[in-house]
Ligand binder design. Structure first.
Ligand SMILES: [Zn+2]
Ligand SMILES: [Zn+2]
Length: 138
């Protein structure tokens, strides 16, 4: 395994360290991710194991049901407002972070685009990436 993934919010009140390798790295163009990111898509790394995650600081969490029907909990910093992580009620082991929250965001190497059906004409992502209209088949 390479070195752990570290990062946090913009004001550094919330920090994480993840001693695992991501199982997925994607851009998501669904409406929820557009609203939460403030632009055309969210960019995420998803890790397989909550036990590998050390989280410090107190995020505010809010819950919503996504386009997929899954309940998501989004954690953001109440001071600076930066979105930091996301968890899923139906898949409690997964821990997803926002790519730009990484100390080294160049470690984000997207492998697919999800909810491309909602992509906006002005939001151009790498056209060579695998693009799924909604979620890829499991
Ligand atoms: Zn903050
Ligand atoms: Zn999304």
């Amino acid at each position: 395994m390479s070195k752990s993934y570290t990062g946090g919010c913009a004001c550094r009140a919330i920090r994480y360290e993840i001693a695992a390798e991501p199982i997925a790295m994607n851009h998501c163009q669904c409406r929820d991710c557009q609203r939460a990111s403030g632009t055309g898509h969210g960019s995420y790394l998803t890790f397989p194991n909550r036990q590998a995650v050390t989280l410090t600081g107190q995020a505010t969490e809010w819950e919503m049901v996504g386009d997929s029907g899954n309940t998501k909990r989004r954690g953001f910093c109440p001071t600076c407002g930066a979105p930091v992580y996301m968890t899923f009620t139906a898949m409690p082991d997964l821990f997803t972070i926002h790519a730009a929250s990484l100390d080294d965001p160049s470690r984000f190497k997207p492998d697919m685009v999800t909810y491309a059906v909602r992509g906006l004409a002005w939001d151009c992502v790498d056209p060579t990436l695998a693009a799924f209209e909604t979620m890829p088949p499991m």
